[in-house]
Design a binder for this molecule. Structure first.
Ligand SMILES: Nc1ncnc2c1ncn2[C@@H]1O[C@H](COP(=O)(O)OP(=O)(O)O)[C@@H](O)[C@H]1O
Ligand SMILES: [Mg+2]
Length: 270
């Protein structure tokens, strides 16, 4: 029965994809959990990092239920880690879900995957709309990267107020100081003010992930940033309570046919 972790922020460029990709690796490889990284951001950055195939343009059809998840899930180079890739067809997903008047579409899709995985990590688009409302109702934990800047703190406050006003069930928010540069006074001050939040340092080795197309721990495991992602995964595991948010329903049997691990193939473009 999968535990569901969303990496989400109202803001873009705060480290969501980087965190989601590294957490997914830690879940699959460090904790040996059968893990799915589900990219629901039309930018497809997590898919770019881990996909071995070119995106097929069908991601939106998952949400209209014209395509089963098993038809789009692919193995990655990392044992135990599968990917459900995004592509540009998701660029109007918020509007599509609103117009479809299916407030539990994301929850139902997650339910159909939940019995085939032990952990599902969602890399979410920025924004505060229908997608995030559906997420807030469906997931166990929301990891929220917050760079130590006043505007990032403000957008976190907006999300917290929205949750308090509009959601009866309050999901667990795991707040993370991301891209922390301790040479900056403001970063040091805000980090001191939130000393109990996990910290991910700003480091150029992290940016290399997009060149390596691999998790940080696979090419720079001994760096402080890689250790910070490993510690963040421990914090996520510790925050997952005993009761999953979802009960499994209609397992997607075709998932059994997905090969367990894959050899490195050269991605066909992107
Ligand atoms: N800890 C970090 N140190 C340095 N660069 C980072 C770090 N986290 C993310 N980045 C870089 O910042 C940019 C935005 O990160 P990304 O994870 O794509 O954010 P988001 O998914 O929130 O838009 C990317 O170029 C990424 O490589
Ligand atoms: Mg992203």
């Amino acid at each position: 029965m999968a535990r569901i972790v969303a990496v989400y922020s109202m803001k873009g460029g705060v480290g969501k994809t980087t965190i989601a990709a590294n957490l997914a690796y830690a879940s699959a490889v460090t904790s040996s959990l059968k893990t799915l990284l589900w990219d629901i951001d039309a930018q497809g950055a997590a898919s770019f990092l881990y996909a071995q195939e070119r995106p097929g343009g069908k991601a939106k059809r998952l949400f209209s239920r014209d395509v089963e998840p098993s038809q789009l899930i692919e193995p990655t180079r990392w044992p135990g880690l599968d990917l459900l890739a995004a592509d540009l067809s998701l660029r109007h997903l918020d509007q599509t879900l609103t117009e479809a008047e299916k407030p539990n579409r994301l929850r139902k899709l997650l339910q159909s995957l939940a019995s085939s995985y032990e952990c599902i990590i969602l890399d979410c688009p920025p924004g505060l709309g229908e997608i995030s409302d559906q997420l807030f109702r469906a997931v166990d934990i929301i990891v929220v990267p917050v760079p130590p800047t006043p505007l990032a703190m403000r957008s976190l406050t907006l999300v917290e107020e929205h949750l308090a006003r509009n959601h009866a069930r309050q999901p667990i928010l795991l707040l993370v100081l991301s891209m922390v540069d301790r040479r900056k006074t403001m970063h040091r001050d805000l980090a001191a003010a939130h000393a109990d939040w996990p910290v991910i340092p700003q480091a150029s080795i992290v940016e290399r992930m997009a060149l390596e197309r691999a998790p940080l721990a696979s090419y720079a495991a001994s760096t402080p940033a890689a250790k910070a992602f490993a510690e963040l995964w421990l914090a996520v595991e510790a925050s997952l309570g005993a009761e999953p948010a979802l009960k499994a329903k209609q397992p997607d049997r075709a998932l059994a046919r997905i090969p367990k691990a894959a050899k490195r193939k050269t991605p066909k473009g992107h």
